[in-house]
Design a protein around this ligand. Structure first.
Ligand code: MZP
Length: 506
């Protein structure tokens, strides 16, 4: 006879936190959101930690190199989507690793023959007032001079005057060599009272620019996720089919951590993939596995050597797996059971395997509830898809800006490897995801700051300054359907429905 769980399968929306005692020490500015990313032994620290407990979903519509740089800047990590050619995915990883915060490619450049009128037109169009002059007018041509607003007076000079007549020539410029560090470049800027310093290679070609304002904004990102060489950290998704080719390419490109991306992780294919990676790289390559929704699935992947385990089937906002196949589990119930299994495994083996709650986060407060229930960190798709930095189109629909967001199991993504059943087929037999729009929400930086302000405030209400303290102290209650209604604005007529964030379509 089939096994029946005693408890129904519940979602985050069915739970609330009950406040605990907050001491005068318990203030948001003292909260640390640091979270372990990979497994560690009792008494040791995780070899990789997140500065904020957020990772972006392994999806075409969410995690490319631009998203990865924006999220690493704030302290989280992206897993670059794997449903693309190996070389393309590796190139995205390499672009993140090559990105040097504070060093920017010059996008407003002049050739010596261009005119003052051209300078003014570029300034009006892009708002840039510093323009390097190169022999061919490109961003990496031989540097001949620079034009800033101090080099010309519009009222006294003719628009047809060539740039070479009024630029500051190369021999009067301060430049820095290609191996200059950001700190050294900044010292040069201060010492010579400059607004920028061009970085040039040994042949005198322009490499990039360092601007005073970019250095300052770089300094205001205290949570940046940096590796030992001060490069941004990035993860990448892999599958259980082409790992023997994909993993070496991603490792070569510099990926800091990998994750097997599958809608169903309790499988022989995942164990075989983990085995292959560990056989080839030992513990040097960190790899998470999933997804699972119960203790058996967790234990299987922990014993197979997963560095972290991802929890969630069918809870994603674009997911129709439960409707299509009748399989999955309410995200909250899945998380609670897996968190218990993780703690039991830690108790027995002395190895702590972090768990990632993947999918189904709708409101910001769901994040705090998921962390309180035992998630070490959270994977978010819809949340990040709404921002400027996601790879998809921003479209105006009936006067509202929307971003596109589609599932990996949709006909659009055709990520059949994620849904592979191991029978040798190489296509998507039926859809498990949809193609959709999500309301455009602006920049990642602003939204993450607001979300984390809410998370920290709630943690303080629970008397917790760290995520593990939250997990120890949290008191959670299941809510009735009528108390969910009571939790939003009710029995009043809202003056402005758009300004109030109770709709799940946010
Ligand atoms: P959400 O944050 O949008 O609710 O969920 C994102 C998660 O949904 C992803 O991390 C992934 O686990 C899952 N996903 C991605 N594509 C599909 C699909 O097409 C899906 N069904 O379920």
């Amino acid at each position: 006879m089939a096994f029946y769980f005693d408890e129904p399968s519940r979602t985050f929306n069915e739970y609330l936190l009950i406040p605990g005692y907050s001491s005068s020490e318990c203030i948001p500015s003292k909260v640390s959101l640091k979270a372990p990313l990979v497994k560690f032994r009792k008494g040791e620290e995780s070899a990789l930690s997140l500065n904020i407990p957020m990772v972006s979903a392994i999806m075409q519509s969410v995690s490319d190199d631009r998203m990865a740089i924006a999220l690493a800047t704030e302290g989280g990590l992206s897993f670059i989507f794997g449903s693309q050619k190996i070389a393309d995915q590796a190139a995205m990883v390499a672009r993140v690793k090559d990105y040097k915060a504070g060093f920017v490619g010059s996008d407003s450049n002049l050739s010596p023959e261009m005119t003052l009128a051209d300078v003014l037109a570029i300034k009006a169009k892009y708002g840039h007032s510093t323009m390097p002059v190169t022999d061919d007018g490109s961003a990496h041509g031989k540097l001949l001079g620079i034009v800033t607003s101090r080099d010309y007076r519009v009222t006294r000079m003719d628009g047809s005057l060539p740039v070479k007549e009024f630029m500051t020539p190369f021999d009067k410029m301060i430049v820095a060599p290609a191996d200059t560090t950001l700190k050294e470049a900044n010292d040069i800027i201060w010492e010579h009272k400059l607004n920028s310093v061009p970085i040039v290679d040994a042949g005198g070609k322009l490499v990039c620019m360092v601007f005073r304002k970019d250095y300052d904004s770089h300094k205001s990102n205290p949570y940046e996720m940096l590796d030992d060489h001060k490069r941004y950290m990035v993860g990448a998704g892999i599958n259980t089919r082409d790992f023997a080719e994909r993993v070496p390419a991603l490792v070569e490109a510099g990926a800091d951590v990998l994750c097997i991306d599958s809608s169903e992780g309790y499988s022989a294919w995942q164990a075989a993939t983990l085995d292959w990676i560990h056989g080839r790289y030992g513990a040097a390559v960190k790899v998470g596995a999933g997804n699972v929704v119960d203790a058996d699935g967790f234990r299987f992947l922990a014993q197979a050597g997963a560095d972290f385990v991802k929890v969630g089937i069918g809870g994603g906002s674009i997911c129709i797996t439960r409707e299509q196949k009748g399989i999955g589990r309410g995200q909250a119930t899945a998380l609670i059971e897996v968190a218990k299994a993780r703690d039991a495994y830690f108790e027995e083996s002395g190895v702590y395997v972090p768990i990632c709650s993947d999918g189904g986060i709708v409101f910001d407060h769901h994040m705090t509830i998921a962390l309180a229930m035992g998630a070490d960190f959270l994977m978010l798709g819809r949340y990040f898809a709404r921002f400027d930095e996601s790879p998809t189109n921003k479209i105006n629909i009936n006067g509202n800006y929307m971003k596109e967001y589609w599932g990996e199991g949709s006909a659009r993504a055709r990520n059949w490897q994620r849904y592979d059943m191991g029978d040798g087929s190489t296509g998507l037999t039926f859809e498990e995801g949809v193609d959709s729009y999500v309301p455009y929400a602006g920049s990642l930086k602003d939204n993450v700051a607001l979300t984390l302000a809410k998370v920290k405030a709630t943690m303080c209400n629970c008397g917790a300054l760290t995520i593990s303290e939250l997990q120890e102290k949290a008191k959670l209650t299941v809510v009735s359907s009528t108390s969910i209604v009571e939790g939003g604005a009710h029995d009043v007529l809202l003056k402005d429905k758009t300004s109030y964030g109770s709709s799940p379509i946010r």
